[in-house]
Design a protein around this ligand. Structure first.
Ligand SMILES: NC(=O)C1=CN([C@@H]2O[C@H](COP(=O)(O)OP(=O)(O)OC[C@H]3O[C@@H](n4cnc5c(N)ncnc54)[C@H](OP(=O)(O)O)[C@@H]3O)[C@@H](O)[C@H]2O)C=CC1
Ligand SMILES: CC(C)(CO)C(=O)C(=O)O
Length: 309
């Protein structure tokens, strides 16, 4: 199976690298600067699960290549529009598109562009980042990728993807309820990234602060209320289950959105928090979610001003 990972960042670089390590056929679609970096220094993973270094195959948008069997999307949400155009030449009837982005809004764009039958649901649970040398640093015990058909079928393509990933130094799992799992992850990350970004600290820093735990729980409650208004099939127990997941995170854990703020980069708050607010019923009171969103948007506006000065 030929894989194309779109973006060789924290997530794509990690999972694409792990598949290369096991001998899979993987190429990365990257932009010029990252291409030069990967050609000069190679792809390096520094991880609690073991380091790995390789010289990967890289292509840039527009370069000639046969369509791929599986295109894994691992870019930030605000790069998705450009990426949809870039991958179109590499998609044909054999291609499966597997997005690993946090959130849900990208699914609508993918279904619209490529048709539902081309796209799997997907998510990952991993804490990783690119350091200033362009190496992937990976910290969390979990390095999980989950994917599945939108209707829950255990299809042949899901089985063969799983087969390709077997034996790689990562946890790959097929899900027969990927919609619920993606929402669970979305609710988790909207809450987790929201609180850690708002308070500019780790999960342990939030919960040790005077009202941190209480605010965390209230934000979770708001996010679950919106999620269940958008997707009524979501289970009633999800709030309790996600709270338990938040509670067992290591105290040093941070979100990729917080790391982006620390690095002075744009964030996915429009995709994560903005999407929920835009799609919430008008009478739902969302004071904490709106505080998170306004806070991160204010950071983004200041960042823009500094860049244009
Ligand atoms: N990091 C984490 O711990 C986790 C992240 N996620 C989610 O995974 C997704 C990806 O995040 P993450 O890997 O952290 O992000 P990164 O910013 O680390 O990586 C994204 C990569 O995409 C590349 N890119 C951007 N535009 C293009 C383009 N047009 N063509 C090719 N490559 C492009 C960027 O390359 P460059 O700018 O160098 O050109 C960058 O290296 C997000 O939705 C995030 O929320 C989910 C779970 C955990
Ligand atoms: C919280 C975490 C690390 C879990 O995968 C994540 O999804 C993110 O930071 O974007």
């Amino acid at each position: 199976m030929r894989f194309l990972f779109v973006g060789a960042g924290a997530v794509g670089g990690y999972f694409g690298g792990r598949l290369l390590e096991k001998g899979a056929d993987v190429a990365f679609l990257v932009r010029e600067r990252r291409k030069r970096q990967l050609q000069e220094r190679g792809l390096s993973i520094r991880s609690i699960h073991g380091d790995f270094h390789t010289k990967p195959k890289v292509i840039t948008a527009g370069e000639k290549a046969e369509p791929f069997d599986c295109i894994v999307l691992s870019v930030k949400a605000y790069h998705l529009d450009t990426v949809l155009d870039s991958i179109t030449p590499y998609v044909d009837e054999r291609t499966t598109i597997l997005p690993l982005l946090n959130g849900m809004a990208h699914m609508e764009a993918l279904f619209e562009r490529f048709g539902r039958e081309r796209v799997l649901g997907g998510l990952c649970f991993i804490e990783s980042t690119l350091n200033d040398q362009g190496e992937v640093e990976q910290y969390s015990p979990r390095h999980d990728m989950v994917f599945g058909e939108w209707d829950g079928r255990m299809s042949e393509r899901v089985k063969s993807l799983l087969h390709e990933m077997e034996g790689a130094n990562m946890q790959a799992r097929a899900s027969d309820h990927i919609v619920q799992e993606m929402w669970n992850k979305y609710v988790f990350i909207a809450t987790f990234s929201g609180m850690t970004a708002l308070m500019r600290t780790t999960v342990g820093g939030v919960t040790a602060s005077p009202f941190g735990k209480e605010l965390f729980r209230r934000l979770l409650n708001e996010v679950v209320s919106v999620a269940r208004s958008i997707e009524p099939s979501l289970s009633e127990e999800m709030e309790e289950k996600i709270w338990r997941v938040i509670e067992v995170q290591g105290p040093e854990m941070k979100s990729s959105l917080s790391r982006d703020i620390e690095k002075g980069l744009p964030t996915e708050t429009d995709h994560l928090h903005g999407y929920l607010i835009r799609n919430a019923p008008a009478d739902l009171d969302l004071p904490l979610l709106k505080t998170v969103y306004s806070h991160v948007k204010a950071y983004e506006a200041d960042r823009e001003k500094t860049l244009t000065r």
